[in-house]
Design a protein around this ligand. Sequence first.
Ligand code: COA
Length: 149
Amino acid sequence: MGLRPLKEEDYADLVKLWKNAGLSWDWGDDQGSYVEAVRRFGQHYWGYQWNDRLIGCVLGAFDGRRGWIYHLAVADPFRRRGIGRLLMQAAERSLRQHGCQKINLLIEPHNLEVAAFYQALGYQAVANQFMEKPLLTLTPPDGASGEIV
Ligand SMILES: CC(C)(COP(=O)(O)OP(=O)(O)OC[C@H]1O[C@@H](n2cnc3c(N)ncnc32)[C@H](O)[C@@H]1OP(=O)(O)O)[C@@H](O)C(=O)NCCC(=O)NCCS
């Protein structure tokens, strides 16, 4: 019970958690990408276990310059008990230990109210424009991806 590193076998539970938390399906969320990422960057992937259930998760990443936070979620009935804060602290700690000096994260436009949570943890909103360019078509659950560039 409590904080623990995420493992390859957690994938199915993570998908449930992301879905229930209303997080959008995104590039890298298919099982193959998750398994590859957890092998390479798993030191920043944290879960929160309650009895036999995974009730919280955060995927941290370090690109050598910035840390990034993806897919933070706590199952609805367990919110406002400090679990989100614990998960973020675990990711921040492991990122700092690997030389990360600053963490970035994105909030989707439909979810701006979550900014209050991040502000409580010391994060500040900045007005940068986020841009992206997919290099593969998005893999839907159970689908196959294709190269587009
Ligand atoms: C964001 C989320 C992970 C927070 O998890 P949590 O376990 O409820 O957060 P905590 O209990 O650790 O909250 C820490 C502090 O953040 C603030 N906070 C948390 N949720 C808040 C909310 N809905 N509104 C305002 N402040 C909030 C409070 O200051 C809180 O401290 P307090 O309860 O002592 O007042 C959870 O609400 C969630 O899973 N949301 C859906 C998924 C999501 O939006 N993920 C982020 C994508 S960018």
